[in-house]
Design a protein around this ligand. Structure first.
Ligand code: NOJ
Ligand code: CA
Length: 568
């Protein structure tokens, strides 16, 4: 038997390596005096790679295209980009059907292009986050091809296979969120497999430890390439009831006209949280951030995703915000819950699955002012914002006009009830020229006429543009510690037209007031409860707002006007 002393040198070397890598990570990612990590100060920006910038004229955006726009993103004030899936994929769900987790789809470039993108981004202090499609793979992934080949194949249990109840009768009544049943019969082995999304997206079986370890290794593969974290796709459906109980039907119908189902047995199972804790442990080895696609029917449920000991997701996205009306009362109540959830809030007003914020909030008359107002609101809350490409120039939805034009399968299958998500995924509008400067070829989705006015080149020249408003806002976030670190204190909580609040940090106070109504408003402020007896205001940024000279008392706000000021 070997003596334990013989292991000492090995142990010391290993400890040395571990310590030095911990020190390197700590040096790269120092915490501020509040103990806040980089992702708590960062502004994230979602890039839909198909539509951002096309470098080779095939009409589809690519990684080199993104790299060529890093200067733009840097000047805008973005600190991290999240790239939606760019891995090899048959593109049935435009990349959310991954056939190889450890490569780049040739349509987007190569691993070398990715490495260069990360390197160039880091030069500009921009981190890169990838999209991890955890719940399902493509049906063309080699794991699934093997899994379906026979009942005894090595990967059989990597997916969820079950016998039907009888001929043409699936194992239970669960439905796919995209259309039809969630089970597909496979004649080769005479069983059904489970797919929450399209049949081409079979669900992985996360109860199988081999799946877990293979997927954890995928994250390590990307962390080692300098990837700073992941946005986790569809985390709430990682697990299903093992007994496959039928779900109950509940009142009402969904957007496809199907009876609503209480997804008690295939959504938000407690096992999700255990798994997120394990995934987080791997992320912590690399000081990486995990952002969650966390749809919750009730905002109070968001709290669970941070983990009881803040050991699950650092940034569970508040996606409910995208479905709320422009009502100060509703938004105030909502923010109060998110802000009090105990974790770091993560705000989003639009993404690649939702009608663009410009269109959703716009009233047809004040659209540009409303876009600025929404930006001033969500970019000054306590927490981390995640922008969506084109939001900063006021890009509008451009929905398909006929079924033939539709590219997104959910629009094809469910037309006309559902037009699909093409409208919010159109090419980034860089110039007023041909194809908005996105490609020299034919863009994969059409560019709307509004690109003539709402594009980067034109807006950069216009001091009053939405783009310049965003730039000033992001600059302010960097300059004002109160906007990054400060507490959120709601003001005038009975006001149903103007949403106002303070951000307070040490001796710094910033007041934000946004008029959500189409009428002029003149709110008054009594800040004595905040021990600001004779306050003075200094404007930091405004749109349609004036503050009378002298002691600060009131703000005159135009319809959808915005005021951000420092109070002393
Ligand atoms: C959520 C993604 O955001 C969406 O685009 C996709 O279709 C589904 N998850 C399935 O991966
Ligand atoms: Ca291309």
């Amino acid at each position: 038997m070997r003596s334990p002393a013989r292991y000492f040198p090995v142990v010391f070397v290993a400890l040395g390596i571990l310590l030095s890598s911990v020190i390197t990570i700590a040096q790269q990612n120092p915490r501020d005096e509040e103990g806040h990590a980089w992702w708590q100060h960062a502004v994230f920006y979602e890039v839909y790679p198909r539509s951002f910038a096309d470098s080779n004229g095939d009409g589809i955006g690519d990684l080199r295209g993104i790299t060529s726009k890093l200067d733009y993103l840097h000047k805008l004030g973005v600190d991290a980009i999240w790239i939606t899936p760019c891995f090899p994929s048959p593109q049935v769900d435009f990349g959310y059907d991954v056939s190889d987790y450890e490569n780049i789809d040739p349509m987007y470039g190569t691993l070398a292009d990715y490495d260069r993108l990360v390197k160039e981004a880091h030069k500009r202090h921009i981190r890169v986050i990838l999209d991890f499609v955890v719940n399902h793979t493509s049906d063309q992934h080699k794991w699934f091809l093997d899994s379906k080949s026979s009942r005894t194949s090595a990967h059989r249990d990597w997916y969820i296979w079950r016998d039907g109840k009888g001929p043409d009768d699936p194992p239970n009544n669960w439905v796919s969120i995209f259309a039809g049943p969630a089970w597909k019969f496979d004649p080769t082995t005479g069983q059904y497999y489970y797919h929450y999304f399209y049949p081409e997206q079979p669900d992985l079986n996360w109860r199988n430890p081999s799946v877990e370890s293979a997927m954890f290794d995928v994250t390590r593969f990307w962390y080692k390439r300098g990837t700073a974290g992941f946005r986790l796709d569809a985390v709430d459906i990682l697990f299903e009831d093992e007994q496959l109980h039928d779900n109950a039907f509940i009142a009402g119908t969904d957007k496809f006209g199907r009876p609503n189902m209480d997804e008690k047995y295939n959504r938000r199972l407690p096992e999700v949280h255990t798994e997120l804790q394990r995934l987080r442990k791997v992320a912590d080895e690399y000081d990486a951030v995990l952002i969650g696609e966390t749809w919750t029917p009730d905002v109070n449920e968001l709290k669970a995703y941070y983990g009881e000991h803040n050991n699950e997701l650092q940034l569970p996205m508040d996606l409910l915000l995208t479905s709320l009306p422009l009502s100060p009362q509703v938004l105030r109540d909502h923010i109060a819950v998110v802000d009090a959830a105990g974790g770091w809030p993560t705000y989003v007003i639009t993404n690649h699955d939702i009608i663009r914020s410009y269109t959703r909030y716009g009233d047809g008359t004040h659209n540009d002012d409303i876009a600025k107002m929404m930006a001033a609101f969500y970019l000054t809350l306590r927490g981390t914002p995640i922008m969506y490409y084109g939001e900063e120039i006021g890009m509008a939805n451009n929905d398909p006009k006929t079924k033939d034009e539709v590219k997104d399968p959910i629009g094809k299958v469910n037309w006309p009830m559902e037009k699909g998500r093409d409208g919010e995924r159109t090419p980034m509008q860089w110039t007023p020229g041909a194809n908005a400067g996105f490609t020299t070829g034919t863009p994969w989705l059409p560019v709307p006429a509004s690109a003539q006015t709402h594009n980067v080149e034109t807006e950069e020249r216009d001091e009053a543009s939405i783009l310049n408003f965003y730039k000033k806002l992001l600059e302010l976030r960097k300059k004002e510690p109160a906007l990054r670190e400060g507490d959120y204190i709601a003001l005038n909580t009975a006001d149903s037209n103007v949403l106002s609040y303070l951000r307070r940090y040490k001796t710094e106070t910033v007041l934000i007031a946004v008029n959500m109504s189409t009428q002029k408003q003149q709110p008054s402020f009594d800040l004595s409860a905040q021990k600001l007896q004779k306050p003075q205001a200094r404007t930091l940024l405004q749109n349609g707002a004036t503050v009378p000279a002298g002691a600060f008392k009131t703000i005159a706000l135009e319809p959808h006007g915005v005021y951000i000021g420092k109070i002393r």
